[in-house]
Ligand binder design. Structure first.
Ligand code: BGC
Length: 793
């Protein structure tokens, strides 16, 4: 008996349960291992007041009490920096525990722990075995506490899930189901004894993020028969999750689902754009996003593979005798259950479509961690998230989601402050690692997530805690970047002059950088070649400046005056060095690319007297390519805002409404339902290229929130905000809402015959500044407001 534990997760010394591992034949092939049943029984005394189950796993588990699946969480325990942090879920199971005999059970699969994972799609990154840990804390009406949990009495057996791998998919043989496997009184004598393992409890932690759940269900929009027993199903929406299938046919019927984002020329599902791993380690002989079910011929049986995820809009169904009806298949949308706090709509349906696909891309890439794509890599690429976090934070409450991820980032940060490119970083960085992977760590624009993500979350919700918690990690990154700048020089600079000029100690041109990444016309292979061979000094130094400056502001918020001063000096030196190195004496910036100019304006690197000139140079570059954007991953989100802020709102709208490649509207015209990784993810002939679900380019919708609808943060948490709609491009109305920590902010404006009117709701505790398109500015107190203006006034 142990008192004083219950609802909250047990502390390290309060765990009395043991880690248990299924007994399995040695050397089962990775990527194709079964999920195991584990179960144990116990007697509960009478007069139960409450019962809480704390559970976690090396692998992915579903927990059961007396045959009932517990809770509605999916893919537990989630994905964290497992070597340092492993989440424990706590479920209230009071209603399920009965006096007398009870059974606890789990279905346990490889998950992120030892299944294929991330960029490398290697197996066994965290261990060669899976394990389960559960502790049931039963509080009696007398106040006494009784504890049951996993121990040596538990038994294990391979389940009817004969293969389960997050990326490969699953095979369920429903004929092998064992009735009552997690119910009391079941004869488990043919099962194996579990192995008790001594992993300790040090890494165990609670989750700061909401759980992953089944969030929505989509029906097919079409089902086409391709050949006998072969069908192609279109769900009309690219998303992350799996398909639920019913009507499984007579016993022994084998039905295979192949998931993809696109169709090939013959109208069949293709995986060619995403199935190929980018790492040599990936074993391409193994299936990719394929599920198989073998029917037991039982009426009403449903197949639902909950131990793997797939990025897909289409599914090829093989082996179904038909007829295959709309009601037989459901696309289950699976992601972190984030609270929606923002919306946008306007009079132009094409912009609403861009907003919709960017929103869906984020939903497709928020499955416990922010990922690059839900298909090829499914990795927590730091760069992608720092690009998108501001946009996401407008639409969803991502505070807990980020706090969890940032703890992982800090847990895996190197002792020199370098930030891993992936968070969590499954690569063990040991001898198993191809040496090059370590050399990629520390890239500008990626590692800067350590500073920018906490800063954006603080701006969005005004909660200083995230800054206090991340302070060490933020400053370690800036110190790393500044040190790398001070101690290295790019070969091209050395060639130019063997002695470094004094300002060069602040030019960050050494180390590895991905660079702007995927500028128009570049394929992934081009981007890698450019990353490795180019001098990224202008880009990396710009990021060093922005991160140093955000650190100054963080220090100020945290009341760390000395630190603020120290980083201010660093930031000033870096900015001065950037100007010396990259602006020539005529005021021209080099490299003279859209990306460099956009960044220079967005990060405030350009001296005030050169801003107008830089903006007009940028417009010249845009005009020179027929009014097209030329930016890649990193600077695209800033392009329209800097144009609008520099007196070129018209050019910003021309780019937004551009519909020849590269452009956002091309995606809409070619049927995108999520944002593409490459500008021409679907080419003119309908061929798919690279991932069709990468959110980074979708950060353009922040322009819709902040400029079209016009809501901008002035003080963290929207305590003060600006309402400054910038109509253009023929838009006649726009509306947005954002649930700030103080309450709902609403903006709705419309134009009629050159007369504008706007309605604004300002929550109590906040104040706003209304800047109308006719240049009048009105201070707004809390309450509802209505104003008008004349477009020509
Ligand atoms: C990923 C990106 C990532 C990049 C690194 C790609 O393969 O999909 O989104 O940021 O590598 O540059």
């Amino acid at each position: 008996m142990i008192a004083a534990i219950g609802q909250s997760m047990p502390k390290a010394d309060e765990w009395v349960s043991s880690w248990v591992e299924p007994t399995e034949p040695a050397g089962g092939p990775g990527r194709q291992r079964p999920a195991y049943h584990l179960a144990g029984e116990f007697d509960a005394p009478p007069a139960i007041a409450s019962a809480y189950l704390h559970a976690t796993a090396h692998g992915v588990y579903e927990a059961f009490v007396n045959g009932t699946r517990i809770g509605d969480h999916e893919l537990t325990p989630g994905f964290t920096a497992y070597r340092k942090r492993l989440q424990v879920q706590t479920f209230n199971v009071t209603d399920l525990i009965v006096e007398g005999r009870n059974a606890l059970g789990a279905i346990l699969s490889d998950g992120w722990w030892r299944g294929q994972n991330s960029v490398a799609r290697r197996v066994d990154d965290y261990g060669h075995t899976t394990a389960f840990l559960a502790q049931l804390v039963v509080t009696l009406k007398s106040g006494d506490v009784v504890i049951f949990g996993t121990d040596f009495t538990w038994r294990s057996s391979p389940s009817h899930v004969v293969r389960a791998d997050l990326i490969a998919g699953e095979v369920h043989d429903l004929r092998l189901r064992v009735a009552g496997w997690a119910e009391p009184g079941t004869d488990r004598s043919s099962w194996d004894a579990v192995r008790v393992a001594d992993y300790g409890f040090r890494e165990l932690c609670v989750s700061l993020a909401p759980p992953v759940r089944r969030i929505a269900e989509l029906r097919p929009v079409s089902i086409r028969k391709l050949a006998p027993l072969r069908w192609v199903v279109d769900f009309g929406q690219n998303s992350n999750g799996w398909v639920r299938l019913r009507n499984l046919g007579p016993t022994g019927t084998q039905i295979t689902l192949t998931y993809g984002e696109a169709l090939d020329r013959d109208g069949d599902v293709t995986q060619a754009n995403v199935a190929g791993g980018v790492s040599a380690v990936a074993d391409e002989s193994v299936t990719f996003q394929v599920d198989t079910v073998i029917s037991a011929g039982v009426d009403g049986d449903v197949f639902e593979p909950r131990h793997s995820t797939k990025g897909f809009q289409y599914v090829r169904v093989d082996g179904h005798p038909g007829p295959l009806e709309i009601d037989d298949l459901t696309s289950i949308v699976v992601h972190t259950d984030l609270r929606r706090i923002g919306s946008f709509a306007c009079s132009d349906e094409r912009l609403n479509a861009i907003h919709r696909i960017a929103d869906w891309s984020f939903r497709g890439n928020a499955c416990d961690i922010p990922t690059d794509c839900p298909t090829r890599e499914r990795a927590g690429w730091t760069g992608d998230w720092q690009i998108y976090v501001e946009t996401a934070a407008y639409l969803y409450d991502v505070g807990g989601f980020c706090a969890k991820w940032l703890r992982d980032l800090a847990a895996e940060q190197w002792s020199n402050g370098a930030v891993t490119n992936l968070v969590p970083e499954p690569h063990p960085m040991d001898d198993r690692e191809p040496a090059y992977w370590k050399t990629l760590v520390g890239s500008a624009g990626w590692g800067d997530a350590a500073v920018h993500v906490p800063w954006e979350i603080y701006r969005a919700n005004g909660n200083k805690e995230i800054l206090a918690e991340q302070w060490e990690s933020m400053t370690a990154w800036v110190t790393f970047a500044a040190h790398t700048a001070a101690t290295g020089r790019h070969a091209s600079r050395v060639e130019r002059a063997s002695d470094a000029a004094p300002h060069e100690r602040y030019i960050w041109d050494s180390g590895f950088h991905f660079g702007e990444w995927l500028e128009p016309g570049q394929s992934l292979t081009d981007a890698i070649r450019i990353a490795v061979n180019s001098d990224h000094g202008a880009l990396a130094t710009a990021y060093l400046y922005r991160s140093a400056w955000e650190t100054v502001q963080t220090a100020t918020v945290l009341g760390r005056g000395d630190d603020a001063e120290r980083y201010r000096q660093l930031a000033e030196h870096v900015r001065q060095a950037w100007r010396t190195e990259f602006i020539d004496r005529h005021g021209r910036i080099a490299p003279h690319t859209q990306a460099t100019l956009v960044r220079a304006l967005a990060f405030d690197l350009v001296p005030p007297e050169l801003r107008a000139r830089t903006a007009s140079d940028l417009v010249a570059l845009i005009r020179a390519v027929g009014t097209h954007l030329g930016t890649g991953f990193l600077s695209t989100p800033f392009l329209l805002p800097v144009l609008a802020d520099s007196g070129y709102l018209d050019v910003a709208y021309e780019l937004l409404f551009q519909d020849t490649p590269p452009s956002w509207l091309l995606m809409i015209a070619r049927g995108a339902t999520t944002v593409w990784e490459e500008w021409e993810g679907i080419d003119a002939d309908g061929g798919a290229h690279a991932s069709l679900n990468h959110y980074s380019k979708g950060a353009v919708i922040s322009f819709l929130h902040r400029y079209v609808a016009g809501l901008q943060i002035l003080e963290p948490g929207y305590r003060r905000f600006r309402v400054a709609p910038r109509p253009g491009g023929g838009i006649t109305s726009a509306r947005t809402h954002h649930d700030s920590p103080y309450g709902r902010i609403e903006i709705a404006w419309q134009l009629k015959d050159d007369h504008g009117s706007i309605d604004v709701t300002v929550p109590s505790g906040t104040e706003a500044e209304l800047s109308l398109p006719d240049s009048t500015t009105v201070p707004l107190r809390s309450g509802k407001h209505h104003q008008t203006w004349s477009q020509h006034g």
